[in-house]
Design a protein around this ligand. Structure first.
Ligand code: AP5
Length: 228
């Protein structure tokens, strides 16, 4: 982990819980990694947890594999259980990356006693989503993320650290990406209204950021919001 001065690392509140909301490919995972490096949050990525379960061949993995391949959502009760189990013994701030994804999941977190301080919504037009996910490659062992044009590995086709192959996620093929975008619009976008209302009632901060910019510019905006 990189070492930052305390003043630089300090988020606004010591145990801040932040939700990263936005369409597939908006850069939530990329920015989550930066924020964890800078502020020491614990990243809670349900997508990564589910892919790990699939890779390990667990019962959960078997249950969800076809759901992820189709770009559909895993049932709310499964997700809520998974997340509450992870955060219950935690003593640090969390960065919720890709969760909640439905109003029912948001209610599940609230009822489970997980306070949310900040919701960061990333916006990105559909055509850029398709371009970003079409070019994304990942190292399955570590989850490191590359992009063929915007963030290529040092040697084509292999991970910078291990030299192992990097691959395209099965759900990053264009037809599945379009299905995920429909799911986002129908099932996840209602959360925008849900959290904007909570913000109007002073229960949470809600900040929208355009993800149509370069890595560093978005990182700078995100960090300034978290420190603000
Ligand atoms: P999940 O893994 O959460 O996928 P997602 O939300 O669709 O998000 P992605 O990981 O695809 O994109 P991202 O926004 O993290 O973008 P990234 O930073 O990689 O979920 C997968 C599946 O699991 C779901 O479809 C569902 O089935 C299931 N699931 C997960 N959570 C669930 C839940 N809560 N409830 C129910 N089901 C759930 O960036 C994308 C690419 O763009 C990369 O190549 C990156 O290098 C590049 N890039 C990033 N930023 C920039 C930039 N500024 N400029 C240029 N390129 C950029």
């Amino acid at each position: 982990m990189r070492v930052y001065s305390r003043a630089l690392r300090e988020p606004r509140e010591a145990f801040m819980n932040i939700i990263l909301l936005g369409p597939p490919g908006a850069g939530k995972g990329t920015q989550a990694q930066y924020m964890c490096e800078t502020f020491g949050f614990r990243q809670v990525s349900t997508g990564d947890m589910l892919r790990e379960a699939i890779a390990a061949g667990t019962e959960l993995g078997e249950q969800v594999e076809s759901i992820l391949s189709a770009g559909d959502l895993v049932p709310d009760d499964v997700i809520i259980r998974l997340v509450l189990e992870l955060v219950k013994a935690s003593t640090t701030g969390h960065l919720f990356d890709g969760v909640p994804r439905t109003v029912a999941q948001a209610e599940g977190l609230r009822e489970g006693g997980v306070p949310i301080n900040l919701v960061l919504e990333f916006t990105l037009p559909d055509q850029l989503v398709v371009e970003r996910l079409g070019g994304r490659r990942v190292h399955p062992g570590s989850g490191r993320v590359y992009h063929l044009q915007h963030r290529p590995p040092r040697s084509a086709g292999v991970d910078d650290v291990t030299g192992e192959p990097i691959v395209q996620r099965p759900d990053d093929r264009e037809d599945t990406v379009r299905a995920r975008l429909s799911v986002y619009r129908e099932q996840t976008m209602p959360l925008i209204d849900y959290y904007e209302r909570a913000a109007a009632d002073g229960l949470v901060r809600y900040v929208r950021i355009s993800a149509d910019d370069n890595f560093a510019a978005i990182r700078e905006q995100v960090e300034s919001v978290v420190r603000d």
